[in-house]
Design a protein around this ligand. Sequence first.
Ligand code: ADP
Length: 268
Amino acid sequence: SSEKWEINPSELTLMKEVGSGQYGVVCLGKWRAQHKVAIKTINEGAMLEEDFIEEAKIMMRLCHPKLVQLYGVCTQQRPMCIVTEFLDNGCLLNYLRQGGSTSRTWLLSACQDACEGMEYLETHSFIHRDLAARNCLVSDKNVVKVCDFGMTRYVLDNQYTSSTGSKFPVKWSPPEVLHYNKYSSKSDIWSFGVLMWEVFSEGKTPYDGRSNIDVVEDITSGHRLYRPQKASSDVYQLMYKCWHEKPQGRPSFSELLKSIRELAELEN
Ligand code: ADP
């Protein structure tokens, strides 16, 4: 096909498997013998493919240094695959757990990176829907980029898409998502607060040991995550603001970014 989002599979070289996710395996590869790319194969029956292909045309136009770039898709073959920018240091959650970079300065810069990517999405009225440390990647220069934006809409797995399913990201979801499935940039903000918490607790699981049902109850009755040891009270205050019960009570990504930049300035 000559469509500009279509990548010719003959221009891809598969190098090695680096992980596996909701849709299938992820490989490191080269595109046109030059660009390092991540090639995600989509298992048959794992995705609403037609809908995704339509959306991919829009996602191709989302370009920002703090977002993992979509390069294109191979839709003329099965399994279909998605080709994106490759990030050498892998998933942020594993990076944190392995003690990749632990200074408070870096932890804040990781949050700033993710916030910059999210501000761009907010400006373009694009809702992520599944923001979490597991959906961010780290580059060879330790820059954090947001990935998998909007992708949950194409998952064919009730355990993942139903708010009562076992794979639903309950611990990253605000009350209006848990109760009414109401997504917005303000629901992304709540998730961003949990992402900040994951970063400053160096990869801990939020509400560890609590079941999803308990977390829904806790959140609804006003309980919130505690301050991670590495978070100053200023940093904790920022994440806490993201967990306002009402969407309109939470900051926007552009406001949050301003505050994060001010804190980063103070540190220098
Ligand atoms: P899921 O869809 O379940 O979120 P992914 O398919 O996005 O999972 O990714 C699975 C794993 O593959 C990640 O945890 C990461 O280690 C690796 N991976 C995914 N995308 C990339 C990429 N662009 N660059 C480097 N590694 C990646």
